[in-house]
Design a binder for this molecule. Structure first.
Ligand code: SF4
Length: 191
């Protein structure tokens, strides 16, 4: 069995790509963009090791999702087990959206790239925030429609921010928001 190193999974979210999706954050990022919102994912230590077959079984048992989003960390730091996982869920009818901090031109051929319908590439540049396109952080990041599953119509989707409060009181945020929006939320300014 090939193991994936995972940081976090949200079974169903509307904040990480088109439609309802399962979001999978990988552990370990060799890109290390200054100002990254997820620096806790940089180290390869501290994640959860999961066989890709077990993750695929879990994801395929989720009702009502149209696809899976793979985020970092850096998914292309683990192209073999993630590629096998992505191929398996895609064969079962789900779409695959993958984020990378690398640019497409620098990615070597991989099963993960072959199994990706929608690729978002490029490092996060903290001084060049994206003003309008959903889900991404900076203007340099590009959407690549690698199959005919999606097209530019996805850009009409508004950004969403999801707040989850677990039964133990812990709070998790996902989706993308600017620092200004997060500060306004924390200060209780909901304009
Ligand atoms: S590629 Fe993603 S996870 Fe890695 S440093 Fe850049 S923004 Fe952070």
């Amino acid at each position: 069995m090939e193991l994936l190193n995972l940081h976090r999974i949200v079974d169903v979210t509307a904040a990480e790509g088109p439609g309802l999706r399962c979001a999978v954050w990988t552990q370990g990022c060799s890109v290390r963009c200054p100002g990254c919102f997820n620096p806790q994912t940089w180290t390869t230590r501290g994640g959860t090791l999961v066989a890709w077959q077990d993750l695929a079984e879990r994801v395929l048992a989720i009702d009502g999702i149209e696809g899976v989003t793979l985020l970092g960390g850096e998914p292309f730091d683990q192209p073999e087990p993630l590629g096998a996982f992505a191929s398996a869920v895609r064969s079962a009818g789900l779409s695959v959206m993958t984020f990378t901090g690398n640019v497409l031109e620098d990615l070597p051929p991989s099963e993960l790239l072959d199994a990706t319908d929608l690729l978002v590439d490029g490092p996060f540049l903290a001084d060049r925030p994206e003003p309008s396109r959903p889900w991404i952080g900076s203007v340099n990041q590009r959407f690549h429609f690698l199959t005919n599953r999606y097209d530019e119509s996805i850009f009409s989707t508004p950004n969403r921010l999801e707040l989850r409060i677990a039964t133990d009181g812990s709070v998790e945020l996902n989706g993308f928001a600017t620092t200004e929006v997060l500060e306004a939320l924390l200060e209780g300014d909901h304009r």
